[in-house]
Design a protein around this ligand. Structure first.
Ligand SMILES: [Zn+2]
Length: 253
């Protein structure tokens, strides 16, 4: 950790502009998990959400301040239905947000007022979405590359999937920690659970830690993927692990 980051973990703060709410803010309450901490004084976003918002703004020519302003026909699909990033994006007219509520629901169904989608079997038509956002979601899928293929199908040519996942840039092969074999959960390594906003008392299983293999497999699906290593303290974005992927659906030749 840098001197800056050590200072933040020790209780320091940053002043700057939040890429989620677009307002001047103080970023505080950083802890050892820098990626998941550092609340915005205005909207409560954390470091990781600001990273995704930073890349989103960068690619669509939006300034790093002010509300998100996209063309009204630009279709955004966000794979979460809570938090300040969702709240900011939900002002946009062509915005879909979903959660995964379980195998008993039909993709696209509404469950208690929220849309259900299975990323491995999306309800969206081919070539309909402008951008898909997912932040630490794909590691919880038993078949994440099926999800990537579905996202690719639903994106318009030239559309992007901007996402974060736990990623080991020192390894080639993904670390497969668990898998479904004939529908049964099999653990290959000790189980890791992440916090789950839908089930705060239970957590959600991590099937996989991604590695460089992911870039190759995304290329095979038809994505051109870039890895952005961010360090933008003036926007409340600090490392390590400030990695955001941007996978573009290559237009058909
Ligand atoms: Zn904010």
């Amino acid at each position: 950790m840098s001197v800056l980051e050590q200072g933040l973990v020790a209780g320091g703060t940053l002043q700057g502009t939040c890429t989620v709410c677009g307002q001047a803010a103080t970023f505080s309450r950083f802890n050892d998990n820098l990626r998941e901490s550092g609340s915005c004084s205005v909207c409560n976003s954390n470091n990781r959400k600001r990273q995704v918002a930073f890349v989103l703004r960068q690619f669509y020519g939006l300034p790093n301040y002010g509300r998100f302003a996209f063309n009204s026909d630009f279709v955004i699909f966000n794979t979460e239905t809570s938090g300040s990033f969702h709240e900011q994006l939900s002002r946009h007219s062509s915005y879909y947000a979903s959660e995964y509520f379980g195998p008993q629901y039909r993709p696209g169904a509404m469950v208690d007022g929220r849309r259900h989608e299975d990323l491995q079997n999306l309800s969206f038509d081919n070539n309909t979405l402008g951008v898909v956002l997912s932040s630490d979601v794909l590691e919880h899928m038993p078949d994440p590359y099926k999800a990537h293929a579905e996202i690719h199908r639903a994106l318009k040519p030239g559309g992007r999937h901007i996402f974060t996942v736990p990623f080991d840039d020192q390894a080639f092969q993904d670390q497969v920690r668990a898998s479904l074999v004939n529908g049964k959960l099999v653990h290959h390594m000790p189980a890791i659970y992440h916090g789950d906003p839908l089930n705060p008392n239970e957590g959600i299983l991590v099937y996989r830690i991604f590695a460089l293999e992911m870039l190759v497999r995304l290329n095979q699906i038809g994505f051109n993927t870039r890895l952005h290593v961010l360090h933008e303290p003036e926007f409340g974005i600090v490392g390590p692990g400030a990695l955001v992927f941007d996978a573009v659906k290559t237009p058909a030749a």
